[in-house]
Design a protein around this ligand. Structure first.
Ligand SMILES: Nc1ncnc2c1ncn2[C@@H]1O[C@H](COP(=O)(O)OP(=O)(O)OP(=O)(O)O)[C@@H](O)[C@H]1O
Length: 600
């Protein structure tokens, strides 16, 4: 029956060949050439052995000179084989390094292209893990298998000619005795791939547990709550279940191999018995017997290698399926065919029109119908309970997702009409979970704008705006101090100081829209007051959105939007919202009550 999936796997072999060829044409060519020569040399060696034996046994008193030349030729072939093998190992290393780098290049480019939604999906994470672990080395293996398939086929062809000329039934019989090996290996490749698919989730969990135990991020809590042994036990349980599966598979393979190899040995020794008989009845010479037997043995080894190459080819094609699937994924945030040019200067009027949003794997809408207009240059604050959807709203504005329904416009143009990359250049954001890059201070701030970072004084100016300049001056190498504890010589900062670096990063970008999501949550009151003072400065001439739970912080905004139940339920100035006596007033009074209680 026509099997589409097998055809698909053949297609993957072709893609792998193209991929390897593209990444390393020269070394692939040399590697292929060497493998072919290495495939032919053993046959030449074998033929010389036959000549030597025939010479030795044919003459009454053979002259040493008559076999000296043959011995020298056999020695040369053996030495040449060793040299070429060593050279081939080196070329193969070059090729595999080039392929690995090329695959990493493809993986990273695709990872950058895909949107955030994918990364929040466990199934995608499983596929990504499979692609990352298998793809860097499997395409080169496919080439290896293909070449050795070819090499073995050439050697085998030459030996088969020799054997077929002698006794074709014997040759066919030997082949049939070997055939089960191919079936067992193909079956094992299929089973291994199927099991591997089911291991991925457990492997990722085990890796995560290992990270919890080994990485700095959780080191405090793991010790404080005494989680070490508990997490370690969970890790060991997972490893045990994976190990048991692997061993079951290995047992299955061992049984199959034992049976099929036994069958193959039966074939070879049956053939030896036949050769011995033929020699005893003088149907063939002793030289013939030695050469045919050697040819049979070598033929058997070559056939075994040929089957191993075929099964390996099949296995690698199966394992690469995930990688090619990963490369075929299309971002869900679609780019317009002809993107609108972003108006320059962008005024920065933002409008949410009846925006509904459900996370791709969420169970309920996070935003139900958000209508909100932020005028150009306005400084607004967004408040609401935990989980009200404030950060989600910002993610939509940054086009990390597109709304499920409704639209978001800037200066009257739907965001979906812009190239998302160009659009994001118009926004400077500090998220709650901002990045803490284990690089220098200069790089940490410079990541905010890869062009502006090279202009003199820009990084220092951004640091002044965020208030980070004070502690940076106290660091041993100032702006060139390495941050974090991951690499030698790094300086660890407090969370609040990291937050100031993140604000400087956003300030460096001269974007017309600036968004600060909980920018002062980790700052001490003095630093918070300074940041807020500077917020107006940073936001000068830009549209600014500030998200905060500290209502003392948001009251300085031109307008406050209150999010509740997936909608904007109130908006106005601090005073207007207080007099409304609604959700905002309730939140404000409960915070004020808390401070009063603390004072008393
Ligand atoms: N990646 C995600 N997938 C599915 N649901 C999500 C995802 N991120 C957030 N949510 C859900 O969306 C809702 C809104 O989250 P969001 O982070 O926008 O709230 P928030 O108002 O910023 O909260 P907070 O004040 O605690 O920061 C939450 O109920 C959360 O569980």
């Amino acid at each position: 029956m026509f099997d589409r999936s097998r055809l698909h796997r053949l297609w993957q072999v072709r893609r792998s060949v193209q991929l390897v060829w593209k990444s390393s044409p020269k070394s692939t060519l040399i590697h292929g050439g060497l493998m072919l020569v290495l495939g032919l040399l053993p046959v030449a060696g074998l033929y010389l052995v036959k000549l030597i034996i025939d010479t030795v046994t044919a003459q009454e008193a053979p002259e040493w000179e008559s076999i000296g030349g043959l011995l020298a030729a056999a020695l040369s072939i053996a030495v040449l084989t060793d040299w070429l093998r060593a050279l081939d190992a080196h070329v193969s290393e070059i090729q595999s390094q080039q392929v690995t780098d090329h695959v990493h290049d493809l993986l990273h480019k695709q990872a950058i292209r895909l949107d955030l939604g994918y990364y929040e999906n466990p199934e995608f994470q499983d596929n990504l893990h499979r692609a990352q672990t298998e793809a860097p080395y499997r395409p080169a293996l496919i080439i290896d298998r293909l070449i050795s398939l070819l090499q073995n086929a050439v050697s085998l062809g030459a030996i088969a000619l020799l054997l077929l000329a002698f006794h074709w039934e014997l040759t066919l019989g030997l082949f049939l005795f070997m055939l089960p090996i191919l079936f067992v290996r193909m079956r094992h490749a299929r089973l291994q791939h199927r099991h591997w698919q089911s291991w991925t989730a457990r492997q990722r969990q085990a890796y995560y547990l290992s990270q919890l135990l080994n990485f700095q991020d959780h080191a405090k809590e793991v010790r404080l709550f005494g989680l070490g042994n508990h997490l370690h036990q969970r890790f060991m349980d997972l490893r045990k279940s994976i190990r048991q599966d692997r061993l079951a598979l290995s047992r299955d393979r061992t049984k199959g191999e034992a049976l099929t190899q036994g069958c193959a040995s039966l074939g070879v020794y049956g053939a030896l018995a036949f050769l011995a008989y033929q020699t005893m009845v003088r149907a063939i010479s002793i030289g013939d017997m030695v050469v045919y037997y050697q040819a049979l043995q070598r033929g058997q080894a070559l056939l075994r290698d040929l089957f191993a190459s075929a099964a390996g080819l099949y296995e690698n094609a199966l394992f690469l399926a995930n990688f090619y699937d990963f490369l075929l994924l299309e971002p869900r945030v679609k780019e317009p065919e002809v993107p609108c040019v972003i108006p320059q200067p962008l005024r920065g009027e933002i409008r949410f029109e009846c925006v509904r949003f459900d996370y791709p794997h969420g169970t309920r809408p996070v935003l139900k119908a958000v209508d909100m207009t932020i005028s150009a240059g306005e400084k607004v604050a967004l408040v609401g309970k935990n989980g009200a959807g404030k950060t989600t709203l910002v993610k939509l504005l940054c086009r990390l997702y597109d709304p499920t329904e409704g639209r978001i416009t800037v200066d009257g143009i739907d965001l979906r009409n812009f190239s998302s990359e160009e659009w994001r250049k118009q926004i400077g954001v500090v998220f709650q979970d901002f990045g803490r890059y284990q690089f220098t201070v200069r790089e940490n701030i410079g990541f905010g704008d890869l062009v502006a970072r090279n202009l003199p004084g820009q990084i220092e100016q951004a640091a002044r705006l965020s208030g980070a300049d004070g502690f940076i001056a106290g660091l041993p190498h100032g702006y060139d101090s390495l941050l974090g504890t991951l690499f030698a010589g790094g300086e660890e900062l407090s969370i609040g100081q990291w937050q100031q670096i993140a604000i400087a990063r956003a300030a460096l970008r001269s974007a017309p829209i600036i968004i600060l999501d909980e920018p002062t949550s980790a700052l001490d009151p003095e630093a918070e007051a300074q940041v807020l003072e500077r917020f107006r400065q940073i936001a000068e001439g830009r549209t600014a959105i500030l998200i905060s739970h500290r209502l003392s912080t948001v009251c300085m905004a031109d307008r406050i939007f209150v999010l509740d139940d997936g909608r904007v339920c109130e908006s106005g100035t601090h005073t207007e919202l207080l007099s409304l006596n609604g959700v905002y007033a309730g939140m404000f009074h409960s915070q004020a009550r808390h401070y009063r209680t603390v004072q008393e």
